[in-house]
Design a protein around this ligand. Structure first.
Ligand code: AP5
Length: 208
């Protein structure tokens, strides 16, 4: 089984959802830059205050704020690792390659119309970072996290206008990573439309 996996794919393609399933089924540790940054914003740390303006506009947080943070988290992680949302630029990928070998870059391919539907109806848990969808993956009790009982919220960057900016940022800055990992023989692309469990079956095969 692959021990270091990078999850690639546009916003809303299901990186967090599939990453969570890999953690609970196969014991991976998931490092999500988006979750780390949202935590920093919530706690109003220096990083959070610098990052918020970029996140709210759908831009990437500058590499110098992210690379050092991720290097520390990766160094501290024990066991099989999933990187969700990192790297997101060629510069980040080069920095990562100096620290550890990526065994698999798993690219979830989903069309824009579906991404917008998914993101604008997503609800997130501020405590345990679980994600739901009002139609496709609704919590058992409306507005409440199944896992920890916290009240769910809608992310500030989950509006349609910001999603369009996030998609264009993705195309410009992150899509080049598809070629980057393909040329290194690490890329597997999965068609990411279908039920969460259907996608997970494909993910399960890809990581063997
Ligand atoms: P981040 O939190 O990483 O956002 P993202 O990449 O835009 O990805 P999302 O979290 O929106 O989506 P996802 O692919 O995880 O999908 P999910 O599983 O939730 O980053 C946020 C911001 O932080 C960035 O914009 C940037 O500013 C900054 N940032 C983060 N990392 C950075 C970095 N490395 N460098 C610089 N800046 C960085 O699913 C989405 C929805 O769809 C959910 O509602 C879910 O329930 C539903 N769903 C999932 N799968 C399915 C399915 N198969 N069918 C139907 N619905 C589904």
């Amino acid at each position: 089984m692959k021990s270091t996996i990078v999850l690639l794919g546009p916003p809303g393609s299901g990186k967090g959802t599939q990453g969570e399933k890999l953690c609970s089924e196969f014991g991976y540790v998931k490092l999500s830059t988006g979750d780390m940054l949202r935590e920093a914003v919530k706690n109003q740390t220096e990083l959070g205050m610098k990052a918020k303006q970029y996140m709210d506009s759908g831009a990437l947080v500058p590499n110098d704020l992210i690379i050092g943070l991720m290097k520390e988290k990766i160094a501290a992680a024990d066991g099989k690792v999933i990187l969700d949302g990192f790297p997101r630029t060629i510069e980040q990928a080069d920095a990562l390659s100096g620290q550890l070998d990526v065994d698999l870059a798993l690219n979830l391919d989903v069309k824009d119309e579906e991404l917008i539907k998914r993101i604008t109806m997503r609800r997130s848990c501020p405590s345990c970072n679980a994600v739901y969808h009002l139609i496709y993956n609704a919590p058992k009790t409306e507005g409440i996290c199944d896992k920890c009982g916290s009240r769910l919220y809608q992310r500030d960057d989950d509006t349609e206008a910001t999603v369009l900016n996030r998609l264009s940022t993705y195309r410009e800055k992150t899509m080049p990573l598809i070629g980057y990992y393909e040329s290194r023989g690490k890329l597997v692309t999965i068609e990411g439309t279908g039920t969460i469990d259907e996608i997970f079956e494909k993910v399960r095969k890809a990581i063997q």
